[in-house]
Design a protein around this ligand. Sequence first.
Ligand SMILES: C[S@@+](CC[C@H](N)C(=O)[O-])C[C@H]1O[C@@H](n2cnc3c(N)ncnc32)[C@H](O)[C@@H]1O
Length: 314
Amino acid sequence: MEVAVGSARGSRVGPPEFGSGATAPPLYTVRSSRPIMPWKYTDEYYRKYTRSTWNSVAKAYSGFTERLEPARLELVRRLRPERGERILDLACGPGEPAISIAGSVGETGEVLGVDLAKEMVSLARSTARAQGVDNVRFRVMDCERLRIPAATYDAAVSAYGFQIFTNPEKAAREVLRILKPGGRMSVCIWGTGARVPYLHAIVGPMLAHAEPDETGYLPTPYELGGKGEMVRFLREAGFRSASETRVAHQYRFRDPEEYLAVVLGGTPIGHSLSEEEPKIQEEVLAATRANLLRASTAGGIRLSGESVFVTARK
Ligand SMILES: C[S@@+](CC[C@H](N)C(=O)[O-])C[C@H]1O[C@@H](n2cnc3c(N)ncnc32)[C@H](O)[C@@H]1O
C-alpha cells in the first residue's frame, strides 16, 4: 500500500498505469508475497495521484479538517498576521487557515490560498463567499511551481501540506522566492507515528502490510515530522531563524464507526484501503478497531496527535 498523505521524496520511476485519473492507485500497495516493489514512483505519477485522491475526498474532508481547527489556531498564532499584510496559504484545502487569516489582515491586506485539487479550491471559494470574506482569493496551483512574482508576500503559512508535497524542497524554495526580504513562514505537519495515534491507529496496521519501492522508500503521513527535521529542512532550503515546537492535541470520536467515516471516508487513506484485496482490508480494519478499543473512554474514543509547528524567516 502507499499512503498518499505522505510525500514522495526524491525522483521516482513509477508504475505505468496511472495517469488518466480514472483509477487512482492505492496509498500503500500490498504485495505480501514480495518484499520490495520492483519500481519507483515518478514525481508526475505521485502528483497526479495526490491531485486525484484529494479531489475525490474534498467534500467528505470536512469531518477531518474541522478537527484540525485547534492546531490551525496555534499555527496562525505563531504566524502573527498583521493588518495590511499579503499572506499566502499553501495547500489551503477547503479554505483554512486562509479564510481566518483574512480577518486579521483586514481590508487593506490580502490572502491567497492555493491548492493542487480544484475541488478543494472550489469549496474554499464557496465558503469564503458564504462568510462574506472578500479579501481572500483561491487558485488551483502547485506549491512547487507558484505562479506568483518574486518578493511579493509578507508571510506564508501551511497547515499539513509539506508532508504531502511530492517535492517539498521545491515548495520551500518557491516560498523563499515569493517572500519579501525578512518575510515569515509558519508551518505545521504531523509528528512521527508513535506520537500521532490519531492517524497511526489505522496507518500502523496499513504499514504492517506495506512494502517500500525499490529504493527502500515508503511514504507515510509523518514525512519531515522527526525531531528537528523540518527545522533542518528549512535551513537547508535557505530560511533563517527556524525553530520548532511540538503540541499534542486530542481528537475525539463517538465510536469506531465515526473514526472510520472521518479518517477513511474523508482522506485518501480510505481510497488506499479500498484498492486492496478483501482479506487485507479486513485485517487492517480489525487491527484498527483493536487500536480504537484501546483508546476508548467513558466519553468515547480519545486519540492524541502531535503536530510540529515550525516558524522561520527569509
Ligand atoms: C491535509 S490537506 C490540508 C488542507 C488544509 N490546509 C487543512 O488544514 O485542512 C492537504 C492538501 O494539500 C494539497 N496538496 C498536496 N500537494 C500539493 C501541491 N503540490 N500543491 C498544492 N497543494 C497540494 C491537497 O490537495 C490537500 O488539499
